[in-house]
Design a protein. Structure first.
Length: 502
């Protein structure tokens, strides 16, 4: 055949209109259920759902009897309705907004799931009423029951059922064509730029296409079909030329998720950061310091994990979440400073305030630099690293100050200075390896799966955060122990501060 026939989904305006408009009706219904009793008659939000003044007395599942009985079914079903709304709109997006051959081909799958949820939930409401002896609607007369309950709800069974049958027929036809079943009917349209399913491709063009596909397949990592060579990536995704293979493809979020379960450099970065810590409830000021540290760590590791998980989606998504990755680093550095300053200058509140204000200001300036579009490209990686190093190394000033005040040995005991220095060293080492692309620079391809600088950087960052936690935890234990020392000598915090300053 000169023109390849294709079994494809034929978007129908009526189906799209139903899915689109019903999403807003269902969302309106969800709002009424989840905002009870404020959406009830007499509530401050009832004006939004005024038609329910009538319906709540027709179907008690929407009225006071269900609310008073603490019936959880309508609220639970409403949460599922949220998913239904998103699926309806996702179908419309695939067919009318994205509108590529691939998106149109998969649209009936999502549409079928959506209308099946609509159909099943409507039937479930009716079965729930039947199983309780028509306790929700049995009080109505026949006119009310038929015209205000059965007919309106029947539409939510009839239309989804018809749409579901259409989707099932199209999917069945497509699968038969893909399997080469003779006599399978076609929904034919003119050839697209990228055919979804072709029944016949002949001549030298087919041979050439097959050879190109084989060559492309050979380039992929044999252990993981979702990983490709660095050279196959678009320009915006080519970040590290020394990582030859094991880079996740940008074929979609699903493939990205699948690549996590194989050996891949970015997912290893995700796994090396997807952690959390716990915190014991201290005093109010200590809570603020520890919260600053943990929130900074969680934001940094969370943003970084999210960025590595979805960076292959598209250029725009990669740029946006790459900025969040840098913001997370700045937040973590500032959050780490604050508790250390709190305990380091425990006896000098004015120094606490001055240094805390300075690091917050520097953090704001650093955030501005990393968010500037001109510094978001791989070419400016050394400059971004320099910003982080300067921000981190600025800790030398307050540390030197506190050592000058109390002496190295005293500060080692009162705030775990050795762990604080270890933390800073790990940060600097990790940033240096990341900027220099060591060790993959000296053996391209050998560290594609494990041992790349980016992975080492993340492991060192976590180690630095752990060392920093030990430091501030020791400082907390020291000062809280001192504050508990009371008795004839009445030492306490004031006495220790006086002794340290003397």
């Amino acid at each position: 055949m000169a023109a390849a026939q294709q079994a494809v989904h034929r978007p129908r305006p009526l189906i799209s209109a139903w899915l689109f408009l019903s999403s807003f009706v269902v969302a309106w219904d969800v709002g009424y259920i989840l905002l009870r009793p404020r959406s009830f008659l007499g509530g401050d939000l009832h004006w939004i759902w005024s038609p329910y003044k009538l319906y709540m007395n027709i179907d008690y599942i929407y009225g006071l009897p269900s609310w008073d009985a603490k019936d959880g079914f309508p609220a639970a079903q409403s949460l599922m309705n949220v998913v239904e709304c998103f699926l309806n709109l996702f179908y419309v997006y695939l067919v009318h907004l994205k509108a590529t051959p691939k998106s149109i081909a998969v649209a009936p799958v999502w549409g079928l799931i959506a209308v099946t949820m609509t159909l099943s939930k409507t039937i479930l409401y009716a079965l729930n009423d039947y199983c309780c002896g028509w306790c929700k609607t049995g009080h109505n007369d026949w006119n009310t029951l038929v015209f205000l309950y059965i007919l309106p709800n029947g539409l939510w069974i009839l239309f989804p059922a018809i749409i579901a049958l259409i989707f099932i027929h199209e999917l069945s036809t497509t699968l038969k064509v893909a399997a080469g079943v003779q006599g399978a009917p076609f929904h034919t349209i003119p050839p697209l730029a990228t055919p979804i399913l072709s029944s016949s491709v002949t001549g030298t063009g087919a041979k050439k296409e097959t050879e190109e596909k084989e060559k492309e397949k050979e380039k992929k990592d044999e252990s993981n079909p979702y990983l490709v060579d660095h050279s196959q990536l678009p320009n915006w995704a080519q970040d590290n030329a020394w990582i030859v293979k094991a880079t996740a493809t940008g074929d979609g979020i699903l493939n990205r998720a699948l690549s996590f379960f194989f050996s891949s450099t970015s997912p290893s970065g995700i796994a090396s950061k997807a952690t959390d810590l716990t915190i014991r409830a201290p005093d109010t000021l200590d809570i603020l310091g520890f919260c600053a540290f943990f929130v900074g760590s969680i934001v940094c590791l969370g943003f970084s994990s999210t960025y590595h998980a979805i960076q292959c989606h598209s250029h725009s998504v990669s740029k946006k979440f790459n900025k969040l990755d840098y913001v997370g680093i700045v937040v973590m550095i500032v959050g780490s400073f604050l508790p250390a300053l709190h305990y380091g200058f425990y006896c000098h509140p004015h120094f606490q305030l001055a240094y805390s204000s300075a690091i917050i200001l520097l953090g704001g300036l650093a955030m501005y630099v990393v968010l500037a579009p001109s510094y978001a490209t791989p070419a400016y990686r050394p400059y971004r690293t320099a910003v982080f190093l300067v921000l981190g190394l600025s800790a030398v000033v307050p540390v030197a100050h506190v050592v000058q005040l109390y002496g190295y040995r005293t500060i080692t005991e009162t705030m775990g200075l050795r762990f604080l220095i270890t933390s800073g060293a790990l940060y600097v080492l990790g940033a240096g390896l990341y900027a220099a692309r060591v060790p993959e620079r000296f053996a391209p391809g050998r560290f594609d799966m494990l041992g790349a600088s980016h992975q080492i950087f993340h492991v060192l960052i976590f180690g630095a955060a752990a060392a920093h936690y030990v430091s501030i935890r020791r400082a907390y234990a020291f000062w809280h122990t001192v504050e508990a020392i009371r008795g004839p000598l009445d030492v306490g915090r004031e006495g220790v501060c006086a002794a340290l300053q003397g």
